[in-house]
Design a protein around this ligand. Structure first.
Ligand code: 6MZ
Length: 363
């Protein structure tokens, strides 16, 4: 018998988002607007031709909805879009605008706690090579938006700094040092991400140790592709606080995790669109969910802009694929509290209160 929860119901559910990349969470419509504004402006560093081809690419992608996951975007294509986004977000006013928009988008989807992640970047003038924006200025801009947002809104926000595996150890080291410096300013941990076809996290062991010594929580992207050679190293040697994706796992690796659980950030649409899984019914989510009912699983969006989705839609995909009821989806959402990086009493009590009240009213 079908007991699937509707998207409308799932929108009302209090939710927790733990895997959302800032640049990947910019809406298509906003990217298109920013590109058109750049094209119309008197001075722009990018040639008209390049801007027009980027606008065309974005329009094409916008017209191919990811609903039902009929449109595929390879990881390589995703990384091409990030290049465009990174150029657009090189302007601090735009970074401020889009960060604010992202926070409001999550809140309107009834997200009550968000751990947003981003890779701080030094930004150089493309013509003169001069440093325009430092990593610290980038980070301060994002932190300021979060601080002002929290003053006026209910949703709580924390920040995770990403280490991009394509940028090398030195760049990553700078981000870990920045995270340490901004620990009292909403920054709570480090994410290891980036194009999985490039380099290996095994070259980053010293950074994982540094995170430990600075008491920074860690989350690592693993098994987003079958060729990932880092999985055993991360699961057995590093043992981060959470792992992202974790889809292309062998039977032995799944069994190992079931015996030695690490919370998993599940990103269904991202995995489908990038063909990490062929159909949602084959997503290992269900194996973890059924083999160990207490396994910590958190449903997330990854890049809701690029994948044209929302947190409620990700919940809906899971509910529909695995015939999970509204109450089961509620329980799953509530269990995410255990996986958040900021386990301070104040925050955990706030979240428990929100979920308890919702439970009293609805079940
Ligand atoms: C791996 C990803 C990713 O940091 O500029 N990122 N890394 N796999 C993915 N799956 C699709 N999606 C996003 O956000 C963009 C950056 O996040 C990482 C990549 O390093 C990308 O450049 P920020 O805010």
């Amino acid at each position: 018998m079908s007991k699937v929860a509707s998207l409308e119901q799932l929108k009302t559910l209090p939710k927790i988002e733990l895997h959302a990349h800032l640049s990947g969470s910019v809406r298509y419509s906003t990217i298109l607007r920013l590109l058109n504004e750049e094209l119309a402006s008197d001075y722009h560093e990018t040639s008209d031709e390049k801007l027009k081809s980027e606008i065309q690419l974005m329009e094409e992608l916008k017209s191919k909805p990811t609903t039902n996951c009929t449109s595929h975007r390879s990881l390589t294509e995703c990384f091409q879009i990030f290049t465009i986004l990174h150029r657009l977000l090189s302007n601090l006013n735009i970074l401020e605008q889009v960060t604010n928009e992202i926070l409001h988008d999550f809140q309107s989807d009834n997200c009550v706690y968000l751990e947003l992640r981003t890779t701080p970047r030094n930004i150089f003038d493309s013509k003169t090579g001069e440093l325009k924006v430092s990593k610290e200025q980038y980070l301060k801009t994002v932190v300021n938006v979060i601080e002002s947002f929290e003053k006026e809104n209910l949703m709580k926000v924390r920040l995770i700094l990403s280490v991009d595996r394509a940028k090398g150890l030195q760049d990553g080291l700078e981000n870990v040092e920045l995270a340490k410096k901004f620990k009292s300013k909403h920054v709570i941990g480090i994410d290891f991400s980036g194009n999985p076809h490039v380099d290996s996290f095994q070259n980053y062991e010293s950074l994982f140790q540094l995170c430990d010594s600075y008491e920074l929580k860690t989350t690592v992207h693993i098994a987003e592709i079958w060729e990932d050679k880092d999985v055993d190293f991360i699961l057995k040697k590093i043992r981060p606080d959470r792992i992202g994706h974790s889809v292309c796992l062998t039977k032995e690796q799944i069994d190992y995790l079931i015996r030695n659980p690490i919370p998993i950030e599940i990103c269904p649409t991202s995995n489908l669109v990038t063909k990490c899984v062929d159909v949602i019914e084959n997503h290992p989510f269900y194996e973890f969910y059924t083999k160990k009912d207490t396994y910590p699983l958190v449903i997330c969006t990854d890049d809701f802009g690029i994948f044209d989705t929302s947190l409620s839609r990700e919940y809906s995909l899971i509910s529909t694929a695995f015939n999970l009821s509204f109450k089961e989806m509620f329980d799953l959402s509530r269990r995410s509290i255990k996986c958040i990086f900021d386990q301070s009493n104040e925050l955990v009590s706030f979240l428990e209160m929100v979920f308890n009240e919702f439970e009293k009213k609805n079940f």
